[in-house]
Design a protein around this ligand. Structure first.
Ligand code: TXA
Ligand code: MG
Length: 319
């Protein structure tokens, strides 16, 4: 049954209200520095079940557990030496670590999808931090969009996708990073499970070795590894320098004069990442039903990898 979804202000009263709803097993979407998360008590089966229900998400995708700091993370996961080093360097921030699950973690099995590992993240956004501290427990929080849709980077995006299906949204304005966290598997040898807001180069510099890339779209043990996970409604064509008539051209860099929308005029990958999801939405709207979007080439370095990863998923054939 549809419920009224409250838009909560970024104030102490807003945080108290959000924490009360979470304590009652309700879902509250909140801003992080990457994208908006759909938060629910990670210890509560009902809250976690509601997350899957609200998103219409395939159940084999486990959820990321959000905690305020490394000390809290130690309560749920076995934090080894490498994880300690990475956490010291990059937490709080857009890095998720997949670690061995503690047997006494007390998390809902829905969070880990029955795996012996858990994905843990310490978000840097001050409102995410304030909410975690007001709530006083771990929050399971996938991106706050219906499954298979573009991740939200504004409260209005969350409302557009999930109004009527969740209790509230904390309005914290635009997300600064704009793509999801980088996910690093640390349950064995370090393996990159999802490129994201923290450049792989930074992880490799900290680890002192090149990173293996894990994950298999055919066998989605994890991430947005379902091939068309980020699909907008329109068809996407990538690496387009000369769009065809009828295509909405999404440009990148100074060469794309005449593009309807531009990820970054100056070719700045950080700016492009911050714009990616909302411009995909706008392009989708401009293209209309059965329409087509053509995307300019984006260099495969730094955040360009995360951007291209999302674009390739968005362009993949639909199931
Ligand atoms: O930036 C982010 O990470 C955002 C914000 C809200 O924090 N969250 C996010 O969550 O992107 P979500 O649920 O959309 O993506 C989490 C990914 C999933 O694709 C899931 O399969 C993977 O993390 N994951 C979670 N637990 C895992 C585990 N134990 N092993 C491998 N992958 C895991
Ligand atoms: Mg997602």
């Amino acid at each position: 049954m549809p419920q009224h979804t409250r838009l909560l202000p970024a104030t102490p009263v807003g945080m108290t209200d959000a924490a009360k709803l979470l304590a009652a097993g309700e879902l509250v979407a909140f801003p992080t520095e990457t994208v908006y998360g759909l938060g629910g008590d990670a210890r509560s089966d009902i809250a976690c079940a509601r997350i899957f229900e609200a998103k219409g998400r395939p159940q084999f995708n486990p959820l990321i557990v959000h905690v305020p700091d490394l000390a809290a993370a130690r309560g749920f996961a076995e934090v080894g030496d490498e994880a300690e080093r990475l956490a010291a360097a990059f937490w709080p921030g857009p890095l998720t670590l997949v670690l061995p699950l503690r047997t006494d973690a007390g998390l809902s099995p829905l969070v880990t999808a029955g795996l012996g590992t858990v994905a843990v993240r310490v978000p840097a956004h001050p409102l995410a931090q304030a909410l975690l501290r007001a709530f006083g427990g771990p929050l399971a929080a996938p991106s706050a969009n219906p499954s298979g849709k573009v991740s939200p980077t504004r409260a209005a995006h969350v409302m557009a996708g999930l109004a009527g299906r969740i209790a509230a949204v904390v309005d914290g304005g635009d997300c600064a990073v704009g793509v999801e966290s980088t996910i690093l598997g640390l349950a064995g040898e370090p393996v990159l499970l999802r490129p994201g807001g923290l450049p792989v180069e930074a992880l490799e510099a900290c680890l002192g070795a090149p990173l293996a890339t894990g994950g298999d779209a055919a066998k989605p043990s994890a991430p947005g590894q379902l091939a068309s996970h980020y699909a907008p409604g329109a068809a996407l064509r990538l690496e387009v320098t000369a769009p065809e008539v009828g295509e909405v051209w999404l440009g990148f860099g100074p060469g794309c004069t005449g593009a309807a929308l531009t990820l970054s005029e100056t070719g700045d990958l950080v700016e492009a990442a911050a714009n990616l999801f909302h411009l995909l939405r706008e392009a989708d709207t401009l293209a209309g039903p059965g329409g087509r979007i053509a995307v300019a080439p984006v260099p495969e370095r730094g955040l360009g990898r995360a951007i291209n990863d999302r674009l390739r998923r968005a362009a993949a054939p639909r199931p």
